[in-house]
Design a protein around this ligand. Structure first.
Ligand SMILES: [Fe+2]
Ligand SMILES: [Fe+2]
Length: 158
């Protein structure tokens, strides 16, 4: 699968989970909220992992003019990784749980919009279909190797 299509599919999946959180946050049981936020965490960490280990380095190397985007994106991942590390260890009935999750969602939406609107089109143009399919295969194969702890991401330490 084309690597950019794969990344956009991941974005759609987390957006569905975000909408579910927004719709159910006032009525769901603490256990259900915890489960939902755990899946958000798993999906986001896996996604960030394949971007940071495969897609971002390839873009940086092969499309040097987008370097600034890569560096900014890693800093955005950094913020999200630390927010995730707080939320996943928080009791869902804590008064800060919804607020932290909402700020996490806002950060990810902003990040995804920049990737999809400003950056990915340039990468697509420069890399071409064959290279993108190659990257898609590499990223699919790397997904099972993703850590579960957000702080194990490269961006968390940068
Ligand atoms: Fe990203
Ligand atoms: Fe992304």
């Amino acid at each position: 699968m084309d690597g950019i299509v794969l990344l956009k599919d991941d974005h759609k999946l987390v957006e569905r989970l975000f909408k579910e959180f927004e719709k159910t946050k006032d009525t769901a049981t603490p256990a259900a909220k915890k489960k939902l936020v755990d899946s958000i965490c798993t999906e986001l960490v896996t996604h960030a992992y394949i971007e940071e280990t495969i897609f971002y380095p390839a873009a940086r190397e092969q499309v040097p003019e987008t370097e600034e985007h890569v560096l900014e994106s890693v800093e955005e991942h950094h913020v999200v990784a630390w927010l995730l590390s707080e939320v996943r260890n928080l009791d869902p009935s804590d008064e800060t749980f919804d607020a932290k999750t909402t700020v996490l969602i806002e950060n990810v939406r902003h990040h995804v919009e920049e990737e999809e609107k400003e950056w990915f089109p340039k990468v697509r143009k420069a890399l071409g279909r064959n290279r993108l399919v190659e990257l898609g295969e590499e990223m699919t194969a790397a997904k099972p190797k993703a850590p579960s702890d957000p702080l194990a991401l490269q961006s968390a330490k940068s």
